[in-house]
Design a binder for this molecule. Sequence first.
Ligand SMILES: CC(C)(COP(=O)(O)OP(=O)(O)OC[C@H]1O[C@@H](n2cnc3c(N)ncnc32)[C@H](O)[C@@H]1OP(=O)(O)O)[C@@H](O)C(=O)NCCC(=O)NCCS
Length: 179
Amino acid sequence: MINKSKKLSVNLIKKFSAGELQELCKATEEAIEKGIGFSWIKPPPRQNLENYWKGVLAMPQRNLFIGSFEGAVAASLQLVFPNKSNEASSFSASIDTHFVSPWARGHGLARMLLEAGEELAYKSGFSQILLEVRKTQDRAISLYENAGYVRWGTLPAYHIVKEKAVPGFFYHKRIDRNK
Ligand SMILES: CC(C)(COP(=O)(O)OP(=O)(O)OC[C@H]1O[C@@H](n2cnc3c(N)ncnc32)[C@H](O)[C@@H]1OP(=O)(O)O)[C@@H](O)C(=O)NCCC(=O)NCCS
């Protein structure tokens, strides 16, 4: 998927091309420094990040979308399918590691990634998407709520950051009746 100005692109990837893994690690580190809102509080050693992203590609239920700004990797979104053993949740996919590096924000890349993830979920037969976000992530919250995600719950102690509990918001979206 490429946008009209050709500055932004989003691709579902199955393996990393030359330099892509390093660019993704760099973008992740930059986003962590600015408070990424999930997983890491401070950047882990580069090798750990590389192993993490390689592990994502090795897991069949994880679908990794990479977003690029002017040709450089700047963003990601995973669409996660339920495990095959989880028959009762077989209609429901979830979103993970949705971020854009600070230098590429405000151009629509996060929205493009979200739409690409929703499209894959719909085409793969899912009728619901779940996601969760820290209460402090204002941009992400307005993106999700504008995109039709409905908040169904709040967890008072979702993450501990700087020794303080930060609440988390939980969202769902039906995708069958929107298409
Ligand atoms: C949330 C995030 C992914 C948005 O990335 P982005 O590329 O700037 O977003 P887009 O340009 O696609 O904008 C999409 C929407 O985000 C919101 N947004 C973007 N910039 C914003 C700003 N400066 N202030 C408030 N909302 C903003 C708006 O709702 C916007 O929609 P609009 O353009 O129709 O107003 C990015 O800020 C980020 O990586 N944050 C840290 C990680 C995170 O919070 N992830 C969420 C899951 S934990």
